[in-house]
Write a protein that binds this ligand. Structure first.
Ligand code: PGA
Length: 250
């Protein structure tokens, strides 16, 4: 059985006061939730506060990115050890916004994923095609290249600390969610690629989240699909009420 994960990616939103207010409102709402793992990914500046707020609750804290080196002259970067030190348990890697605007490649995704797992973080690795790629009939090919390039040369042990997030770029922040059928089809495809590389046991244990305009009103239909093991929500994770509603998708 794959334990579902509902994760929220705050992107570049929320000050410390806003972070505290978010947790104050969220925690009472999710007190009794046991059916899924809950992850929140605030910006770096709010991580320490989020860890403090989430202590003793069911919420685990994630970074949105991490550097692959342990330390060094890398101005502006944050290492795995720094995140661990703060109490972070997860990190997102290879989000499409980082691929689009900040030069993230399959190669850097692989380096970051290796570093994260070696340092004891769970890595949420994002893949997904653009609209132009989907319209050109290349969605599967693009995702295959991203999975092979970013995750194709790890050990099976490493893979057990990785969660894949399928986030079609055309669905992110657009209000245009992939239908459960389209999402499920690509999730099955990702599982197939992982099966080809690592084998049956690894593929069937791998959790694959869907991301892209996940909202309280579409989460249940997505979660009913066999291959969809959770969600990575952006916009809808910023409001405690809508994030709580997504968490309580059952
Ligand atoms: P969205 O973002 O839910 O606002 O579409 C999802 C993501 O980018 O992780």
């Amino acid at each position: 059985m794959r334990r579902p994960i509902i994760a929220g990616n705050w992107k570049m939103f929320k000050t410390l006061d806003e972070t505290r207010a978010f947790f104050d409102a969220l925690i009472p709402e999710i007190q009794n939730v046991e059916h899924c793992v809950i992850v929140v990914a605030p910006p770096f500046t709010a991580l320490a506060t989020a860890v403090e707020e989430a202590e003793g609750t069911r919420v685990l804290i994630s970074a949105q990115d991490v550097h692959w080196e342990e330390k060094g002259a890398y101005t502006g970067e944050i290492s795995v050890r720094m995140l661990k030190d703060l109490g972070c348990r997860y990190t997102i890697i290879g989000h499409s916004e980082r691929r689009q605007y900040f030069g993230e490649t399959d190669e850097t995704v692989e380096s970051k994923t290796r570093a994260a797992v070696a340092g004891g973080l769970e890595a949420i690795v994002c893949v997904g095609e653009t609209l132009a790629e989907r319209d050109a009939g290349q969605a599967s090919e693009v995702v295959r290249r991203q999975v092979r390039g970013g995750l194709g040369r790890l050990t099976a042990q490493d893979l057990s600390h990785i969660i894949v997030a399928y986030e079609p770029v055309w669905a992110i922040g657009t209000g245009r969610t992939a239908t459960p059928e389209i999402a499920a089809e690509m999730h099955a495809e990702i599982r197939k690629i992982v099966r080809e590389i690592y084998g049956e046991a690894e593929a069937s244990a791998l959790r694959i989240l869907y991301g892209g305009s996940v909202k309280p009103d579409n989460i249940s239909a997505l979660m009913r699909k066999e291959d969809i093991d959770g969600a990575l929500a952006g916009g809808a994770s910023l409001e405690p009420a809508s994030f709580a509603a997504i968490i309580k998708y059952l």
